[in-house]
Design a protein around this ligand. Sequence first.
Ligand SMILES: Nc1ncnc2c1ncn2[C@@H]1O[C@H](COP(=O)(O)OP(=O)(O)OP(=O)(O)O)[C@@H](O)[C@H]1O
Ligand SMILES: [Mg+2]
Length: 390
Amino acid sequence: MTGDTQPLTGRPHYDAPSITSPTALAPGERQILERLCQGSKSVSLEPLRGGYSGSRLFLLDRKDREGHVLAKGVAKIDSPEKITRERRGHLLAKDILGPNVPEVIAFAYEEDLAGVLLSLAGIRRPPLRTLQSVMTSLDGSPETLAELEEIWDEVLGVLASLYFPGREERLNLYSHNTFQEKYSQRTIDRFSTLLSWPASRESLLFQEWGLTLKHPRLFYEGVLPPALKRPPWYVACGVAHGDLNGANILLDKVKNVWLIDFFHTHENHHLLQDLTKLENDLKFLMTPLPSDEDLKALVRMEGLVQEQNSLTEPLPEVVALPSRILKTYNSIRRLREFASQVTVDPGIGNYRIPLLRYAAHTMGFEECTLLQKKAAAVSVALLCEKLSRG
Ligand SMILES: Nc1ncnc2c1ncn2[C@@H]1O[C@H](COP(=O)(O)OP(=O)(O)OP(=O)(O)O)[C@@H](O)[C@H]1O
Ligand SMILES: [Mg+2]
């Protein structure tokens, strides 16, 4: 070894930034954050809410060595496998959507933990809000209904770039949507508990809603097993986000749209997947149901929506619904009109299958209120009945 050669220590060739955090960092997180913010002098962290995925998220304020304030960033930390998958999905989406997807500023890998530093969405016109918080707060008054149309123009405009051009591919949408016979009993039990309806009874009149429903057990036991064995059929496929909940769409004050969270993004999705997920979450997560009266109104709306027999058939234009429910109804109208352009098959069966998957999951969501879960249960029953008829 010559005199001026330094032995390799494995330590970074820079001074690690000083990191301040209001909450304790888990083992390894500090190291990842130091590497993500390499070149900064100081970094202060604000933990971000969310993360049903289990990822840790922080909003970062960074300063460089001269004391300049750097652009805010968001650090996401998880296992190396999950960060790699997220980065892969991000690359795909970024390539198609450009400015509607935040930039990756840096990434860092250690043995058990990895992280990605993203630019903050919505840098242009704060405040930045999730679609979920915007939707939950709109009261459905005429002004907010006009605003709602503008929001959908923007959001669907971005999604259109992602979905077109799609391709036709053969899928069995039941197995593609992870329906499996071994899960059926759990769904049947959840449904029975939510609506206090023993599975032994085939049909039940719900007087308060003016509705007679069939127990979904009939579908899960009689229709689903042969449906899972059906040969695959042609459906519209391509790039989709894959987990398009209302917290993965961000909007700023002037309704610029950003998509985030690309762990599930790839090019082999059924193209109606995102739209059915959004419809589900609009109904059962973004529509507050403070009272039984609200539940009744949502059940009535769901009855109307599920009557649609083709995506090209318009939902009725004007419906007497309470304003907060009308907002959801109008949103679904926009989503379904858009879905009819995305799909090669205007028949509604291919839309109903993922819709059933999401409604059935929603019955077990922690984040939903009991009334929202009951509404999802009604939807499950209606969809099972429709899908049983083919
Ligand atoms: N680049 C970003 N700019 C602004 N806010 C962001 C950004 N990335 C994440 N967030 C905020 O953090 C939240 C959680 O981020 P993200 O969806 O990536 O995490 P997640 O753990 O995958 O969440 P989930 O599994 O619940 O969807 C977002 O809903 C958003 O409010
Ligand atoms: Mg998310």
